[in-house]
Design a protein around this ligand. Structure first.
Ligand code: RB5
Length: 143
């Protein structure tokens, strides 16, 4: 599985902590930035990560900003992206089982690293349940 990561300055620190986990677990990932604390615009990075997933270059995307809200909105503007803004274990599970999310958004000013890593682990290792959920996901993709 190839993973693309992106963040603004508000998500940078948490992204670095998640990268340490991905390194430990030997995940194949690419970080499109940002890599400095200077203020940047989350729509730029949300869009870049989302387009990288839709292009097929990456299987999943994980994006970070201060709350996760702005960058999830940006990602979801890209057709074919289902980006779930997740703050707990149940949401992480459902984002995959019911919504077949191909991107995860996390808030760097909302979550501690331990929780964020737990959510990432669930996001990367939970399968879509299909069945009745497939029809709804198809509806999303046809909007
Ligand atoms: C940047 O200060 C902040 O607005 C951004 O990281 C994010 O929280 C937006 O949704």
């Amino acid at each position: 599985m190839r993973i693309v990561l992106g963040s603004d300055h508000g998500g940078l620190a948490l992204k670095e902590q998640v990268k340490a986990y991905l390194d430990e677990e030997n995940y194949d990932y690419h970080d499109i930035g940002v890599d400095m604390d200077a203020s940047v615009d989350y729509p730029v990075y949300g869009r870049l990560a989302a387009e990288a997933v839709v292009s097929g270059e990456y299987d999943r995307g994980i994006v970070f900003c201060g709350t996760g809200i702005g960058i999830s909105i940006a990602a979801n503007k890209v057709h074919g992206i289902r980006c779930g803004l997740v703050t707990n274990v149940y949401m992480a599970e459902m984002s995959r089982k019911h919504n077949n999310c191909n991107m995860l958004a996390l808030g760097g000013r909302v979550l501690d690293a331990k929780t964020a890593i737990q959510l990432v682990e669930i996001f990367l290792n939970t399968d879509f349940e299909g069945d009745r959920h497939q029809r709804r996901v198809d509806m999303l993709d046809n909007m």
